[in-house]
Ligand binder design. Sequence first.
Ligand SMILES: Cc1cc2nc3c(=O)[nH]c(=O)nc-3n(C[C@H](O)[C@H](O)[C@H](O)COP(=O)(O)OP(=O)(O)OC[C@H]3O[C@@H](n4cnc5c(N)ncnc54)[C@H](O)[C@@H]3O)c2cc1C
Ligand SMILES: *[C@@H]1O[C@H](CO)[C@@H](O)[C@H](O)[C@H]1NC(C)=O
Ligand SMILES: *[C@@H]1O[C@H](CO)[C@@H](O)[C@H](O)[C@H]1NC(C)=O
Ligand SMILES: *[C@@H]1O[C@H](CO)[C@@H](O)[C@H](O)[C@H]1NC(C)=O
Ligand SMILES: *[C@@H]1O[C@H](CO)[C@@H](O)[C@H](O)[C@H]1NC(C)=O
Ligand SMILES: *[C@@H]1O[C@H](CO)[C@@H](O)[C@H](O)[C@H]1NC(C)=O
Ligand SMILES: *[C@@H]1O[C@H](CO)[C@@H](O)[C@H](O)[C@H]1NC(C)=O
Ligand SMILES: *[C@@H]1O[C@H](CO)[C@@H](O)[C@H](O)[C@H]1NC(C)=O
Ligand SMILES: *[C@@H]1O[C@H](CO)[C@@H](O)[C@H](O)[C@H]1NC(C)=O
Length: 605
Amino acid sequence: MLSLYPLTVLAISLGAFGTKISTDSSVASGRTFDYVVAGAGLSGIVVGTKLSAQGYSVLLIEAGKDLQNNSAIYNAELRGTLNDNPATDCNWHYVASDQNGTALPMKIDSGKCIGGSSSINGMVWYRPTSTELDALESLGNPGWNSTTMFPYMKAIEHNHPPSAAQRADGAGLVRSHHGFHGLVNVSFPVPMRIPAAQAIYKAAVLLVFGIPDSPDLSARKNSVSASTSWTIWWDPVAQVTRRASAAYSLLYPESQQQDTLTVLAEHTVSKVIFNKDMKATGLEFGSVIDGVLHTVNAKYEVLLAAGSLATPPILERSGVGSKSVLKSFGIKQLVDLPGVGLNLQDQPGTGLSALVQPANASSPLIIDNRNLFAPVISLLNIDELFGNDSTKFSVQLQNNIKVRAKAAVAIGAEVNIKGATELFTAVTNLITKDKMPITELVSESYPAVMTSVFWPLVPLSRGHIHINSSDPFAAPRVTPRFLSDDFDLKVAVQIAKQARALYQTAPFAPIIAELVVDAVAVNATDAEWAAWYTSTAFGASHWLGSSAMRPRKSGGVVSPTLEVYGTSGLRVVDASVMPFQVTSHSMSLVYAISQKAADIILASR
Ligand SMILES: Cc1cc2nc3c(=O)[nH]c(=O)nc-3n(C[C@H](O)[C@H](O)[C@H](O)COP(=O)(O)OP(=O)(O)OC[C@H]3O[C@@H](n4cnc5c(N)ncnc54)[C@H](O)[C@@H]3O)c2cc1C
Ligand SMILES: *[C@@H]1O[C@H](CO)[C@@H](O)[C@H](O)[C@H]1NC(C)=O
Ligand SMILES: *[C@@H]1O[C@H](CO)[C@@H](O)[C@H](O)[C@H]1NC(C)=O
Ligand SMILES: *[C@@H]1O[C@H](CO)[C@@H](O)[C@H](O)[C@H]1NC(C)=O
Ligand SMILES: *[C@@H]1O[C@H](CO)[C@@H](O)[C@H](O)[C@H]1NC(C)=O
Ligand SMILES: *[C@@H]1O[C@H](CO)[C@@H](O)[C@H](O)[C@H]1NC(C)=O
Ligand SMILES: *[C@@H]1O[C@H](CO)[C@@H](O)[C@H](O)[C@H]1NC(C)=O
Ligand SMILES: *[C@@H]1O[C@H](CO)[C@@H](O)[C@H](O)[C@H]1NC(C)=O
Ligand SMILES: *[C@@H]1O[C@H](CO)[C@@H](O)[C@H](O)[C@H]1NC(C)=O
């Protein structure tokens, strides 16, 4: 006989409970939640799930769709089909503008569906160094250092150590730099990709840059070269390499269901609502389809997790920003916070290819026609990149800090000379004294060619992002100002030339048919290289800095507790709070920032 008890258990585990994901505005409109979050990307999901797990009611509002069952999102191998199909598109494709507001040819990739950029990203996983995290603290952010941040990176990671076969094909692991009990799966591809090509690249990198192969990108003091692990896992049942996005790891699994959590998809946050004491009391949001605006109330706090390219525009539409920007769109200034949208940065990348001998191009050990990428990553410091010129450039960097600070303020990319000087001093010391890497080279192969993609890793160029209209659904004006700093351009030209040199080394000689130096002649001048680089550069997609965590007098937007200056009950919890680039890809950093954010929020209750 069936007893009532198991039926009840069944009803609870399968029934109407669990996380509610809806596109119906009535789940939020006019309602009150303990916490209301703008954006269900990487940071929004981390913060939202951590708060709701403590029993608080949480609403995440996400502009994009729920693409949970879309193979282009979950199957890491299909990522190349993501962008051109409107049905599966999870990408804002932001327009990039030059300083005068003229659109540049390059579009900016940024995730636009549940999971945010972690739903479309390159899945490369490794950590920054302790030195650069400690520099974050020294910029006036007590408690934000390697000792406090590394544990969050370990806590989120579920590393699958490489097998003997994967190790034989180039994988490695230094266990002390990884976590094994988290929710985000991290592994090497099964089987390892293009092992013969990886071995050739590693030998060439040693010859050209003097950097030997290391077991693990995460285990380093500064420069390094190694095969990379990814936020993926091999599903032996479906025979698919699955993406471990924030959504697949923390939101969708059966084990993570929480009846205190609601996600409203396909609704855009327009602004934060404040009471007369400048306490954030809720969010205004609407669907682009009918344009009707609704409000939702936050009992405790409003959290901004829309990312580096969307959080500053939300602040500006709310009346938080610089007077000149707000005035031009008829928005009343509520808080004078000129740092909003300034200090924007990403790494400008491009690539070079060499044609492979037809016989070798059909070897899957060299070229496998698959769409996962980034097997070998090399991070090079100023000495390795510039050789004997390194000392000269180091001296120039140290001497030009003030000049750089003044130029960034004059162009509207930094708030004041004092703050900009502090920032550029910290970054310059990381480059010249601590010998942090200044360029990244990603070594790959694609149909018929060996390709390397590279970028200045810690750019000194600064851009800005502002609203371009008071219309809540209008795109922002993003001004990257890539390579506007002279040193960034030197780094770019040098790494491009050295990438070409890789393919001219002995290890490559037997498999290279022709050196294809896309558009640049073999005897090209530095000016020609620079023109080519600038015209082909695209963002590496590690945008940050536009709501910087810094003292207010230095141009900061949020305090060390991530509270927006001049307000209460309002925090930014996403990538935009990081004031300078780190030398890893940004996921590990943002997972740490957002987990720490949740702990700060919980501790303040
Ligand atoms: C193409 C690409 C490749 C990348 N490759 C790598 C990689 O290989 N390794 C790595 O470590 N990192 C990589 N990154 C970077 C990494 O994914 C991001 O740093 C990280 O996801 C940032 O987290 P976030 O929460 O700040 O923003 P996101 O994850 O982008 O989340 C922001 C969310 O807010 C939503 N949103 C925006 N505006 C609004 C609004 N007004 N209302 C409601 N919702 C809104 C967005 O749709 C999005 O879902 C890549 C990023 C991209 C785009
Ligand atoms: C995805 O598939 C699951 C299982 O079939 C289903 O419950 C869910 O509603 C689907 N989600 C979407 C957004 O289609
Ligand atoms: C921007 O406009 C100014 C003044 O018209 C002009 O001198 C400058 O070359 C323009 N810059 C770009 C990047 O087009
Ligand atoms: C990091 O911050 C914590 C918390 O404030 C502090 O106890 C610790 O000493 C700091 N560690 C380093 C390496 O500065
Ligand atoms: C992580 O990988 C394991 C297989 O190793 C799988 O069973 C599990 O479901 C994955 N976790 C998530 C959250 O996808
Ligand atoms: C490249 O192809 C040639 C000719 O088939 C072969 O001898 C050589 O071993 C191949 N090289 C590699 C690295 O596979
Ligand atoms: C760098 O300096 C050393 C020592 O003076 C010299 O032997 C070497 O050739 C120089 N290298 C380059 C690339 O100029
Ligand atoms: C900004 O607005 C101007 C004027 O309406 C328009 O010409 C321009 O294309 C807009 N820029 C972007 C990036 O949308
Ligand atoms: C570059 O080399 C080509 C042929 O190798 C030659 O025709 C051309 O004049 C050279 N250009 C320069 C700027 O030296």
